[in-house]
Write a protein that binds this ligand. Structure first.
Ligand SMILES: Cc1ncc(COP(=O)(O)O)c(C=O)c1O
Length: 334
């Protein structure tokens, strides 16, 4: 096989389809974000597209915690938690996350992607006969977790509870089932009918797996997400989140009951065989979450600015599509 020719052909296909991507250099300016310098530090720009919704990556307490952790513990973690040992910051962070979501336990992963991928793969290996009901617009990390041809899956129309119930009603009550969906969908910023999906799950004896990646820090009391806002977090079997968006750093997690979390910790290959996050990161995530539990200033400010921007854009251009909930604007300044 001519490997080079094959790869060149693949890249050329992307270019022909207009899907080839190039990176933009965006050097964010500490203390002045969303302002940043482009390549060569000559041109200043305002960043309009970021997941650092609340600017927590720039928060002085978070930066201080990182400095302190790196001074005390150095830069890396030394390996996977089973081999290299676990740092005490993991305990603090996981307890804080569990408490945030009103769950017994939590488990931290290197990224949100790996937390979805590893948990879903693991659960479906353990519950061999489980059928998965997955929203049509679920994130790539969920789709990847479901990739194995051995997994029986049904894709329900996006946010469509009638379609979900139609699919569930065809399966025997006793058979293991899991519904996987997101609370806030990033592309259109629409919110799932979480309460209705939970009710349907109970009716058909299905586990509920909820990706709250775009909601945590942003909605609900203490920013604990849409399930907390609706007061139904206790009815979700697994809440999954990221620490790379509103929390502002990097890392992913799941929260659930102790047995569920212990099973994932003990069996998930994508957790066991990977290097854990370094203390500098877990310290920063812990500090950011502790802050967001206490302070709603950042999310309120962002919601007000999003509302204002949406109203102005609507006035300016009637046909402009501005999503009802989209909060992709990091507009807070320190
Ligand atoms: C819905 C959803 N889940 C999971 C992820 C993965 O999170 P992370 O960026 O922390 O890997 C993303 C990332 O954009 C996402 O949008």
């Amino acid at each position: 096989m001519d490997y080079e020719a094959f790869l060149a052909e693949k890249i050329s296909e992307l270019k022909v389809n207009g899907q080839y991507r190039t990176f933009q250099t965006i050097n964010r300016i500490k203390g002045a974000y969303p302002e940043a310098y482009t390549e060569g530090f000559k041109k200043k720009v305002v960043v309009w597209c970021s997941n650092d919704y609340l600017n927590m990556s720039q928060h002085p307490d978070v930066i201080y915690a990182m400095h302190e952790a790196i001074e005390n513990y150095g830069a890396g973690s030394g390996g996977s938690r089973n081999i290299g040992g676990t740092h005490s910051y993991f305990e603090k962070l996981e307890s804080s996350i569990a408490d945030w979501h009103g769950k017994e336990a939590a488990l931290v992963f290197p990224t949100g992607y790996s937390s979805n991928d590893a948990t879903i793969q693991c659960l479906l290996t353990l519950f061999k006969d489980c059928i998965v009901f997955s929203d049509a617009l679920n994130h790539a990390s969920i789709i990847n977790g479901l990739r194995s041809p051995a997994i029986e899956k049904r894709i329900f129309r996006h946010n469509d509870i009638v379609d979900l119930e139609r699919l569930l009603s065809k399966e025997p009550f006793e058979r293991a089932k899991m519904i996987i969906f997101e609370s806030v969908y990033s592309m259109d910023g629409d919110i799932a009918p979480v309460k209705e999906i939970v009710e349907i799950a109970k009716k058909y004896n299905a586990l509920v797996y909820l990706d709250e990646v775009h909601a945590i820090g942003m909605y609900g009391p203490k920013g604990a997400g849409i399930s907390a806002q609706l007061g139904i977090a206790d009815q979700i079997d697994i809440i999954q989140g990221t620490m790379a968006k509103a929390i502002g750093i990097i890392g992913g997690y799941i929260a659930g009951n102790s047995l569920m979390i212990d099973a994932i910790r003990s069996f998930a290959s994508g957790f066991i065989f990977t290097t854990s996050l370094p203390p500098v990161i877990t310290a920063a995530c812990y500090t950011s979450i502790q802050h967001l539990k206490k302070s709603s200033v950042e999310r309120e400010k962002l919601h007000q600015k999003t509302f204002l921007l949406r109203t102005v854009l609507r006035k300016k251009k009637n046909q402009c599509h501005v999503s009802k909930y989209n909060t992709y604007f990091a507009c807070t300044y320190w």
